[in-house]
Design a protein around this ligand. Structure first.
Ligand code: COA
Ligand code: MG
Length: 292
């Protein structure tokens, strides 16, 4: 999955619009985009939306962002949505593998109550929203078979750090957030799950957004979150491997296949060894995902 579009759960209009946005996944938000007084109504609206779209042809993957474990609201969120079979929950303000295990246990209970198979609902943590979480980014491996990937956030982290900004005048992330981004990437890799890049809130700036998508792809992220439908086609385009990239990767895989036992091959005067083969296979895997 490449594109993950946030939609406030209390907006019927945006939920409806999101269905035709082209996003691979929707993140139906019960957390920061919904005011405290609106939580109960938003939960009902999220469940109704999941039920009404369950059978829609080629529907997006449905993720519900619940309120974090620290808030005391997670149980009510899960009680409201588990019977509507979301594909996954997003766990904000996660602090390492322990919080994934905690959420896993909560989900297991709701799956049993609702007759869903154990492990049906996956978990996508936001791994860098608290200062403490940065020191735990390496602890997600083996936490739960539900782990869908890792993503990261700079807004809550900057609030927690007392920072005045998280980007410089050119729109590039400042050091603490570059650290969070890198920890998400390596933490995901260590846990052998995809890393999904964070949101870009200046949604009218499509050039800056495209640049951030390209940098994320370059560094190893497999997708990016969007807050506005206009960002979705850019994500899908950037994270879908181009025909040239697929052809290059095929050439590497074919060269190794033609030279069984070789650790290194020469393609057009350039050396390719095992890391290049790994990268080529990964790209071909991603190309397959993009087609589905
Ligand atoms: N999902 C679905 N539809 C959306 C959308 C979203 N995330 N964001 C905007 N739209 C719709 C609008 O409703 C509008 O529909 P219309 O043309 O039928 O009126 C259209 O897209 C154009 O929107 P626009 O006028 O450009 O922006 P806006 O002022 O309506 O909305 C935001 C701006 C930021 C409030 C909105 O994009 C949003 O709610 N984003 C998600 C916020 C969120 O979930 N945050 C938490 C994660 S960080
Ligand atoms: Mg937040």
């Amino acid at each position: 999955m490449r594109s993950f579009l946030f939609v406030p759960a209390d907006s019927a209009k945006k939920l409806d619009k999101a269905m035709t946005s082209g996003a691979d996944a929707l993140i139906i938000d019960l957390e920061d985009s919904v005011a405290i007084e609106g939580k109960a109504k938003a939960r009902d609206s999220a469940a109704a939306f999941l039920n009404s779209t369950a059978k829609a042809p080629q529907r997006p993957y449905m993720i519900v962002r619940v309120n974090g474990l620290q808030t005391g609201m997670t149980n009510a969120d899960l009680d409201a949505i588990a019977s509507a079979n979301p594909d996954a929950i997003m766990l904000p303000k996660a602090e390492g593998g322990a919080s994934v295990m905690h959420a896993d246990a909560k989900l297991a209970v709701r799956e049993a109550i609702n007759g869903l198979p154990d492990g049906y609902i996956k978990i996508l943590p936001i791994a860098t929203e608290t200062a403490a979480s940065l020191f735990l980014a390496g602890t997600f491996a083996g936490s739960s078979a539900r782990l869908l990937g890792l993503t990261w956030g700079a807004e809550d982290l900057s609030a927690e750090l007392g920072a005045q900004a998280n980007r410089d005048a050119q729109g590039r992330f400042l050091d603490p957030y570059r650290l969070a981004r890198a920890l998400c990437l390596v933490g995901a890799s260590a846990a052998q799950v995809p890393a999904i890049d964070t949101v870009y809130v200046d949604f009218r700036d499509s050039d800056g957004f495209r640049r951030e998508c390209e940098e994320a792809l370059r560094d190893g992220f497999t997708g990016k979150m969007a807050i506005h439908p206009a960002q979705v086609p850019i994500i899908n385009e950037v994270f879908t491997p181009s025909a040239e990239a697929i052809a290059r990767a095929k050439a590497v895989v074919d060269a190794f296949a033609a030279n069984p036992g070789a650790g290194v091959v020469n393609i057009g005067g350039v050396m390719f060894d095992q890391p290049h083969l790994t990268r080529a296979r990964r790209l071909l895997d991603q190309a397959k995902v993009g087609q589905s």
